[in-house]
Design a protein around this ligand. Sequence first.
Ligand code: ARG
Length: 474
Amino acid sequence: MDHKSDTENTPQKQDGGQSMWGGRFASGPSAIMQEINASIGFDKRLYRQDIAGSKAHAKMLASCGVISHEDYDAIVGGLDQVQEEIEAGKMVFDPALEDIHMHVESRLREIVGDAGARLHTGRSRNDQVATDFRLWTRDAIDALDAAMGKLLGAIVDQAEKHAAAVMPGFTHLQTAQPVTLGHHMMAYHDMLSRDRARLRDCRTRVNESPLGAAALAGTSFPIDRHMTASDLGFDRPMSNSLDAVSARDFALEFLSTLSISAVHLSRLADEIVLWASAAFRFLTLSDGFSTGSSIMPQKRNPDAAELIRAKVGRISGALQGLMMVMKGLPLAYSKDMQEDKEPVFQAVDDFELCIAAMTGMIEDLKPNTENMAAAAGQSFSTATDLADWLVRVLGLPFRDAHHVTGAVVKAAETLGVDLKDLPLEAMRTVEPRITVDVYDVLSVQASVSSRTSYGGTAPENVTKAVAVARAALK
Ligand code: ARG
């Protein structure tokens, strides 16, 4: 890092910078003070929200008679110009002006003079930054909501295509019972739609306006907070000024919903990594979502899936980081809260990329259904079907049926065959009442087709679930 000497003070800026608050100061802050204080390096991402918030505030001030309509017109024209300049890359970002709020306001004052200096009436940077950040978070939620919709659509497409394709279902990563690939995909659909619902629910608490809470106590100007709230698309103004400027649980809640969803993405990503391995051979990743090895020419690596699996570390790290920033802070605003934005920006960037990469991988996914089906029939995966048959047809209590089945599995294991290939005689030495009908339930296809209980893996259930999901996604 290139620190200037911390005893070297920056001169008072004539226009903007310390003129925003430096009335009682004889000299400017030291270089180190400026470096630790400035947030412009990251909060410039809030420029659009900051300008929108300022326009709404100015409009309300004019409508309440706090500033003139001429001043309002000048402010709006000036803010439009500031926005154009920022978007054209013409704004010079200067750490002396600390943050995006001071940059916008200072440039506005350069453009429109006194009118610009009246904008900050009945407002503080404390309610301003909370407002901007909530607007930004709301926009992020809406963008992620749309991206998740696309991912869910891709998952449902695959589920529909493979509604009847059989694969081994696992517990403890040991073959347990056959399931359908469509059912497995729909499990992720259900998980991720809960994440999306959490995101939408979180939005209702994000979408409240702190604007007009001023520094912490409200203001003596006759402002109308309901007007600015509704102008900015907020559901309502926050009802307590101290809470309005110091609450960051909206960001914590947002980060926790992203963290939970990133955990879900990591599970799906991990299955893709496993399934693409030579040991499983359940799927082939497209060229677009594989990478090669610089030394082993035969390799096809699932890097995107691995990175999605890893990103949950950064995303949940962002949540932990902000939790610790907020812990023990007294009311109302403290500068600590300036540290709220980077974790949220980072988590949103990471999460957005994860969703996009996962969507691409799922769209391109080529399951190797033959290998899946072969694996589904191995490891005595229909043993439970045999036990259920003993209960249903012979009237055995389930615990006894479980025991008999165990002995039959042992016999099959000794002969080195699957259950469906075990001779009837071998089964009858264990339980003489077993008949040839038992083979009807021992095939993988019969097994999955029989699981029609609500939420079960039967292909007809998957098809129904897909239809319900499609209707909800519309
Ligand atoms: N850059 C600050 C932040 O992000 C803005 C609010 C500053 N308020 C203050 N009273 N210094 O939190």
